[in-house]
Design a protein around this ligand. Structure first.
Ligand code: NG6
Ligand code: CA
Length: 517
């Protein structure tokens, strides 16, 4: 509150509020907020985080002009739960059905839920999500009406507009959704999406494998579009279908238009990149541009997107009035279902940096990811080891815009705004819970205690979906409870003797239990 009053006094000279909005004629006003969320980007995938085999100059520039966090996390090591938590400020594992969403998933965030978008909307922001959604569309128990109104969706939870890849691109269908409709859908060629093969002669990745431009390795062998077979089946909607190669360009084009249109009012843009998710199919101009194969090429493409967005902010003259947050939705994976050469070309590159595990795992590699904030003129450049998480943006942005958060909303989000803005001596989170996927009982719990960082893993099923990045150790056996100390053992190699830490283990397991539904 004090922060906001100082802000208003400085920027407006007097306080004057109407309908919850600050009326302020000054050209300086509440900052725009742009959250750029990468998909499956690991801690070690950027040159500003130590990568030597690939260069990411635009993201590096963001880091050198802002705060680069070395203990920045996403909530989960898979996409849907991280995105759910980011938007709602609630741990996804508290709510059933928030694991990786299938193609015909209904909306997972119910209308009426307070979200990062709804709270900024109340603060007078124009809000948009552009890019991957993967949080379902349509009524509960019904799902998306692909040929009608795709409602509820982002527009029912606080976004003024959306331009989406509705699921994730290895899942059907390959169409854009603009606001409530599939874009360019010809009513004479309706779109059907399902999980059963629609006819005996429907070509799939199994029946027409020799026609594919990128082969599958596991799953991903149903309907073929653009020479790539997918998870799930669909027919029709041919005029509406996009090319995988064009996605990044489209997100940038739509985002530029959104920022240009709203440059004179505060706006919130959730730029939800599909890079580096499979199928990794960069635009032709990025193909072969790195030595890491298509996985590296889509990192170059992501870096280009960041460069375009920041250039646009500068051209519009709003860079100094825009808080940019760069993050990822989960850690890295090499083979996630397609033979795109990621593993074969990895060489010395370590996608999770020094950390163990990656996507699907609650080891550090699964959730400790790049995390950068930049607000030129406001954030003093630096590096921070304070703990922050994607789930914290909800309360932090509510704080930034002086919005009261109702009881029962943003339950697990912590206001770490001062840390995000690089205020010296500001403290980040002291505790954080991470999950793998859905409500599975695979969690880890980080607790900072002075110099020590304790991390308890809980594997209810006694095994980890530990798809590690450079080597595959899927479904390795784990003890139901394990304890690590990250300051001395950041690589989580030394599973401590529980008996030596009995009180701590008891307290941490009890805390975790309290959080579960
Ligand atoms: C898994 C898929 C994987 C990916 C993931 C979701 C198989 C065998 N694996 O089920 O390819 O789509 O779901 O990724 O189908 S996420 O980043 O969107 O969470
Ligand atoms: Ca992801």
């Amino acid at each position: 509150m004090i922060r906001f009053i100082v802000f208003v006094i400085i920027h407006c000279g007097l306080l004057f509020f109407a309908q919850g909005e600050a009326l302020c004629d000054s050209p300086e006003r509440q900052p725009n907020i742009v959250v750029i969320m990468a998909d499956d980007l690991g801690y070690g995938d950027l040159s500003c985080y130590g990568a030597t085999e690939i260069s990411t100059p635009h993201i590096d520039r963001l880091a050198s002009e802002g705060m680069r966090f070395t203990s920045g996390y996403c909530s989960a090591s898979t996409c849907t739960p991280t995105r759910y938590s980011f938007l709602t400020g609630n741990y996804a594992f508290r709510t059933k059905g928030t694991g990786i969403a299938p193609p015909n998933s209904p909306a997972l965030v119910q209308p009426g839920t307070e979200t990062i978008a709804s709270i900024l909307n109340k603060a007078g922001y124009r809000t948009a999500v552009i890019g991957k959604w993967h949080l379902g569309l349509g009524e509960q128990g019904i799902g998306p009406d692909w040929n009608g109104q795709l409602n509820p969706g982002p527009l029912e939870i606080g976004f003024d507009q959306c331009f989406l890849l509705p699921t994730t691109n290895d899942r059907v269908p390959q169409v854009y959704v603009e606001d409530h409709q599939v874009l360019n859908l010809d009513p004479a060629d309706p779109l059907w999406v399902g999980n059963k093969k629609p006819s005996d002669d429907h070509p799939t990745g199994i029946t027409h494998r020799d026609t594919l431009k990128m082969d599958w390795t596991h799953g991903h062998n149903s309907t073929i579009h653009n020479g790539i077979s997918r998870i799930g089946f669909y027919t029709g909607g041919n005029a509406a279908r996009f090319r995988d190669e064009d996605l990044a360009d489209k997100w940038v084009e739509k985002s530029k238009t959104f920022m240009q249109t709203n440059k004179d009012k505060p706006f919130f843009l959730f730029f939800s990149s599909h890079d580096l998710h499979v199928p990794r199919m960069p635009h032709e101009r990025f193909q072969g541009k790195t030595k890491l194969g298509f996985r590296g090429d889509v990192i170059a493409q992501l870096d280009w997107c960041v460069g375009e967005l920041t250039k646009s902010l500068e051209e519009l003259g709003i860079a100094d009035n825009t808080l940019v947050v760069f993050c990822s939705d989960n850690g890295p994976v090499m083979d996630d279902g397609y033979a795109d050469g990621a593993l074969e070309n990895v060489g010395k590159h370590r996608a999770a940096g020094i950390y163990k595990g990656g996507k699907y795992s609650v080891f550090e590699g699964g959730c400790r990811t790049p995390f950068i904030t930049r607000w030129s003129g406001t954030i003093k450049p630096g590096v921070s080891d304070q703990m922050v998480c994607t789930i914290d943006m909800a309360r932090s942005f509510a704080g930034l815009t002086n919005q009261a958060v109702a009881e029962g909303s943003f339950t697990d989000s912590v206001d770490v705004l001062d840390v995000l803005l690089g205020t010296p001596s500001a403290q980040g989170r002291q505790e954080l819970v991470l999950q793998d996927n859905g409500n599975t009982g695979t969690l880890s719990y980080i607790q900072r205690d002075g110099e020590k960082i304790w991390k308890l893993h809980r594997y209810d099923k006694g095994k980890a979906k530990n798809v590690v990045v450079e080597e595959k150790i899927a479904n390795t056996k784990r003890n139901k409870i394990e304890l690590f100390e990250l300051t001395s053992d950041p690589e989580e190699n030394n599973s401590l003797k529980l008996g030596d830490h009995a009180d701590r283990v008891a307290a941490m397991t009890a805390e975790l239990k309290k959080l579960l539904p």
